[in-house]
Design a binder for this molecule. Structure first.
Ligand SMILES: NC(=O)c1ccc[n+]([C@@H]2O[C@H](COP(=O)([O-])OP(=O)(O)OC[C@H]3O[C@@H](n4cnc5c(N)ncnc54)[C@H](OP(=O)(O)O)[C@@H]3O)[C@@H](O)[C@H]2O)c1
Length: 211
């Protein structure tokens, strides 16, 4: 699949590497001249290339957004038309003061993002863990894979994203429509507080077990 990443830092760089090594054609959008982040991400795999952002989005079937949530408006505003009809994988998390929800839990970041790019098919995924698990999702001692909860309103878009989640080493778990994104964002805050504040291992993951 032709995939573009906007944002190639801890999250974007790790996922772009995984997907490129799984055989996808992955392009990193260029954000600014001399970006150290972009240069470091390109070093992760010889299969990765970069292109100016408009070109990278135009040529993609599916676009990952992995930028700070605060940059969403400035990033997506100029791209709203270019994103029409494309799948937009929202990897962002709105985080407010004291690890509160960045939009005061009034609506999810994903729904805010959908409003900025109304013709894109937004799927929220890859947000419920820290980057450490995105870099290394393998748990050889376990007989289950870590679950990756994801949601979105477009069933066909989710069907395209699920195999990418598998390619990245996770068990995809579709939790429903974009209305569920707010709950995923709270789940992220739960993980972040447990790990970054309370000292649990950053290798903490969730598993989906059914009887
Ligand atoms: N870190 C985690 O453990 C984690 C886990 C799950 C989800 N998330 C979420 O994922 C998102 C990215 O987090 P991260 O840790 O990967 O951040 P990061 O390492 O700081 O990387 C941010 C990336 O966004 C780019 N960027 C920043 N402003 C931009 C703009 N205005 N236009 C285009 N690109 C821009 C940066 O490029 P330059 O360096 O060139 O500016 C960089 O490639 C955040 O929303 C975060 O909440 C983070």
């Amino acid at each position: 699949m032709n995939i573009t990443f906007i944002g190639a830092g801890q999250v974007g760089g790790a996922l772009a590497q995984r997907l490129a090594e799984a055989g996808h054609h992955v392009v990193l959008a260029e954000n600014k001249e001399g970006s150290a982040t972009l240069a470091a991400a390109l070093q992760r795999s010889s299969r990765l290339t970069s292109a100016p952002i408009e070109e990278a989005v135009r040529d993609a079937e599916l676009v990952f957004l992995a930028t700070p949530f605060g940059a969403t408006t400035s990033v997506l505003g100029p791209l709203a038309d270019a994103l029409a009809g494309k799948i937009l994988v929202d990897c962002t998390n709105p985080v407010g003061p004291g690890l509160s929800h960045g939009l005061k839990s009034e609506r999810s970041g994903s729904e805010a993002l959908q409003a900025l790019a109304p013709k894109a098919k937004v799927v929220k995924a890859f947000t419920i863990y820290g980057f450490e698990n995105l870099e290394r999702p393998e748990f050889p001692a376990a007989n289950v894979k870590p679950a990756m909860f994801f949601c979105g309103d477009d069933a066909a878009a989710k069907a395209r994203v699920a195999p990418l989640i598998t390619d990245c080493g996770f068990e995809p778990l579709d939790v429903g429509g974009l209305v569920q994104a707010l709950h995923l964002e709270h789940m992220t805050l739960l993980w972040v507080r447990m790990v970054r504040v309370n000292g649990r291992s950053p290798r903490l993951t969730w598993a989906a077990l059914t009887g």
